[in-house]
Design a protein around this ligand. Structure first.
Ligand code: CAA
Length: 381
């Protein structure tokens, strides 16, 4: 068993750590406060090759593995979880689905410019009446000659409004329920496709979250991803990798809070010595670090399995479940280490605490992760 990163993985991680520190961290608090998305960050990530890490060079990618991508999401999350979720959805939900199920034409038309950082993508599965029960969607796509005509809406869509490409799931045969679900690649600006309510959120506030509205929106058949009726399994398989990305996001948020807590505990003096020297704080830091390391190992294991062609749905769910709970616990403790200062916006730990919560909710709540894990455990047995 190897616990070492390759030279290439170490190099990319160091490059991203430097980029995140100098180009993302300085504006993270202000973007959060102003709920401001900054497209220039995505553009710079494209220039650095970070927007298509696991895809082959012929599709504009870096040709690295899924674990490298996970390391990048973790590093970004140490300073800005909003930036990280943008990359996670773009890569492991949308990019992965096109890479695995797209035709050569679709890969060249969409995956390549995505990987090159020329277009940003978003993923439309959730609806107002179907969140955890993804198969209960109501959006329909009716075949009409060489087109499909979509009607319905999607909510809580990450990067909506800013993204140029949307992977949207709709029922082509409603009587068949999830077996009648199909996946479509839809460009921003298509007539009949508009944006609705923008959410005001507790955390990841510089990542826009909006509603997608389809009103007789005509999509060419060439933009069907995979086969008719294959949409639900494309959605579920995409989420296997997506959950690994969210686990990495949670690990990064927790590590960011940990880094800040250590620095503060060493500098802050009470009762005549740094609070880090007080056992109550020292033990707290030890517990935080232990949980983060366990979450990291689960996350890297899931990514490693993906990279090596092994089943990884259960391991991704393990990682997402444990890492998101870790992020919430660790960030709450980080605020406690900072005391009253931690409760103010003068320090970043309150932002980490707000950002951590959503990792227990999106890409399948942690209750859904338990359903996924228990189903797979019983199937294995
Ligand atoms: N891979 C491939 N196929 C899968 C699969 C997987 N991981 N999981 C399920 N399937 C297939 C099953 O084999 C089954 O196929 P058949 O009907 O052909 O036999 C089919 O899908 C239905 O499976 P289930 O009976 O298990 O489905 P279910 O209705 O009980 O629901 C669920 C399963 C796991 C609860 C699913 O609904 C789910 O994942 N819900 C959560 C939805 C979710 O994660 N949403 C996230 C939105 S995206 C997001 O959050 C992005 C963001 O903003 C950051």
């Amino acid at each position: 068993m190897q616990f070492q990163l390759t030279e290439e993985q170490e190099m990319i991680r160091a490059m991203v750590r430097d980029f995140a520190k100098h180009e993302i961290e300085p504006t993270a608090a202000a973007r959060d406060e102003e709920e401001r998305f900054d497209r220039a960050i995505f553009d710079k990530m494209g220039e650095l090759g970070l927007t298509g890490i696991p895809w082959p060079e012929k599709y504009g990618g870096l040709g690295a593995d899924f674990l490298t991508y996970v390391l990048v999401v973790e590093e970004l999350s140490r300073v800005c979880a909003s930036t990280a979720v943008m990359l996670s959805v773009h890569t492991s939900l949308v990019g992965w689905s096109i890479y695995k199920f797209g035709t050569e034409e679709q890969k060249l038309a969409y995956l390549k410019p995505m990987a090159e950082g020329k277009i940003l993508s978003a993923y439309g599965l959730t609806e107002s009446g179907s969140g955890s029960d993804a198969g209960a969607m109501r959006t329909v796509a009716v075949r009409d000659g060489d087109d499909y005509v979509l009607s319905g809406s999607k909510i809580f869509i990450t990067s909506a409004g800013e993204a140029e490409l949307y992977l949207v799931f709709a029922l082509t045969d409603p009587a068949k329920k999830h077996k009648g679900c199909s996946a479509f690649l839809i460009e921003k600006g298509t007539p009949g496709f508009s944006f609705g309510k923008k959410e005001k959120k507790l955390g990841i506030r510089s990542s826009p979250t909006m509603e997608l509205i389809f009103d007789q929106c005509r999509i060419p058949k060439a933009n069907l991803l995979g086969q008719e009726g294959q949409g639900f399994s494309i959605a579920m398989m995409g989420l296997d990798g997506g959950r690994c990305g969210i686990a990495a996001q949670a690990v990064g948020i927790a590590q960011g809070a940990m880094d800040a807590s250590i620095a503060y505990a060493k500098a802050r003096k009470q009762f005549g010595k740094p609070i880090a020297q007080q056992q109550a704080i020292g033990f707290k830091l030890a517990d935080m670090a232990t949980r983060i390391e366990a979450a990291r190992l689960l996350t890297y294991q899931a990514a490693w399995r993906e990279s090596n062609g092994l089943p990884y749905g259960k391991e991704s769910a393990f990682a997402k479940l444990f890492a998101s709970d870790t992020a919430v616990q660790v960030t709450v403790e980080a605020v406690q280490v900072f005391g009253g200062y931690g409760y103010t916006k003068d320090f970043p730990v309150e932002r980490y605490m707000r950002d951590a919560k959503v990792t227990q909710i999106y890409e399948g709540t942690n209750e859904i992760q338990r359903i996924v894990i228990s189903k797979l455990l019983l199937a294995d047995g």
